[in-house]
Design a protein around this ligand. Structure first.
Ligand SMILES: CC(C)(COP(=O)(O)OP(=O)(O)OC[C@H]1O[C@@H](n2cnc3c(N)ncnc32)[C@H](O)[C@@H]1OP(=O)(O)O)[C@@H](O)C(=O)NCCC(=O)NCCS
Length: 169
């Protein structure tokens, strides 16, 4: 298999339309859907075809199986600011998330030569917040009550890492 980017254990390939049913199944599992806004099938398909967005499958190269996916946005952003829009890993807690995030940082800064990588995360997603902080992301701010969730609202935290912070690591 030809990977877009890889380490000895994981690799990214562009998601195909035939993978979307599996992606939706992963997204809708409780341990995942409480931390993201699941997309419709149409929206996922749009990401695959849209030039400004990228849909990537994460492969475990040793076990030869899919272990998650990533969505990026802003590939045509004139300010060279890339959005790390979504990551879901299964199985969790085995280091695959950290490896994937490091690959995305390399892709953003070394391959695309972008200036900024940013993301938002629900403020009650403690695992993901620790995950981003452990990879040198800085919290920029909070969007209070920005997402309507049933009868209540949830807040998002904005994190980013800049080119100079990546290279000074
Ligand atoms: C967040 C997520 C992508 C992390 O992937 P992962 O493969 O489980 O994470 P890793 O095993 O690589 O761990 C990376 C870091 O995350 C943090 N982390 C992982 N599991 C954790 C846990 N149970 N409790 C606290 N921190 C945890 C730690 O900082 C860890 O670094 P360390 O091992 O050096 O301490 C994964 O848990 C996930 O898919 N969550 C559901 C979807 C989600 O919240 N996505 C992010 C928002 S879009």
């Amino acid at each position: 298999m030809k990977f877009l980017i890889e380490t000895p254990t994981i690799g990214f390939v562009e998601t195909s339309a035939s993978d979307i049913d599996l992606i939706i199944e992963i997204e809708n599992q409780f341990e995942n859907n409480q931390f993201i806004n699941p997309y419709t099938k149409e929206r996922h398909l749009q990401v695959i075809t849209n030039r400004d967005e990228m849909h990537l499958l994460i492969w475990n190269k040793i076990e030869k199986q899919i272990i998650g996916f990533i969505i990026l946005g802003g590939l045509e952003n004139l300010n060279l600011s890339l959005e790390f829009r979504r990551i879901i890993i299964q199985p969790k807690g085995k280091g695959f998330g950290k490896q994937s995030l490091r690959l995305i940082k390399n892709y953003c800064f070394q391959q695309l030569k972008f200036h900024r990588l940013w993301l938002d995360v629900f403020d009650d997603n403690q695992v993901a917040i620790k995950f981003y902080l452990s990879e040198k992301f800085t919290q920029e701010g909070q969007l209070r009550d920005v997402v309507k969730y049933g009868n209540s609202y949830r807040s998002l935290l904005i994190f980013s890492i800049l080119e100079k912070e990546f290279y000074n690591d």
